[in-house]
Design a protein around this ligand. Structure first.
Ligand code: SF4
Ligand code: SF4
Length: 164
């Protein structure tokens, strides 16, 4: 099975689950709480990215076409993560913007509001060298809360969609 076929299957499953469980997911108070927790943690990590200079460094890399948001990275997005994005009002794309880019990469960067952990905590050797060990550690630590929120979100959505 090709990666395009795996992705198509995943998107179809996400749409099916969304159709079936949308109301239950939207009305769940604990899920709303976890989405807020995730967004606060995400903003905090973004702020640290700005302060350390990582944001500008990665943006330049993206403009030069060497970003790590490459083809097949979309396969790290499971149906729970995609459902969480639909809950946040994200419109999932119907086709790839860049032939060699991740399916979820748009003109202005990642289209997802809730992103896989691997996308968030990947620090390439060039970025690590630019940051130095102390700032690299600070950046990694800033992602801990988001990682926990992401895990809890996935578990909550899973338990709600398994109810039938
Ligand atoms: S982590 Fe490295 S490869 Fe990825 S966008 Fe940043 S600089 Fe580029
Ligand atoms: S950050 Fe977004 S666009 Fe980049 S690889 Fe991850 S999911 Fe794809």
């Amino acid at each position: 099975m090709t990666s395009e076929e795996i992705l198509a299957q995943k998107l179809a499953l996400t749409r099916k689950l969304w159709q079936k469980h949308r109301e239950r997911l939207q009305q769940d108070a604990r899920l709303r709480e976890l989405l807020s927790l995730h967004q606060r943690a995400f903003q905090h990590a973004q702020e640290v990215m700005r302060q350390t200079g990582a944001e500008a460094f990665c943006a330049r890399c993206g403009r030069e076409g060497t970003s790590c948001c490459g083809e097949d990275m979309e396969l790290h997005c499971d149906d729970m993560l995609l459902l969480a994005n639909l809950l946040c009002g994200v419109s999932l794309p119907s086709k790839r913007t860049f032939p060699k880019g991740c399916f979820f990469l748009g003109e202005e960067g990642c289209l997802l509001r809730i992103r896989p952990l691997i996308c968030r905590n990947f620090i390439c050797p060039e970025l690590a060298e630019f940051l130095g060990p102390e700032e690299t550690r600070r950046l990694q630590e800033s992602l801990e809360e988001e990682a926990l929120a992401l895990f809890l979100l996935g578990e909550r959505i899973r338990s709600l969609t398994l109810k039938g």
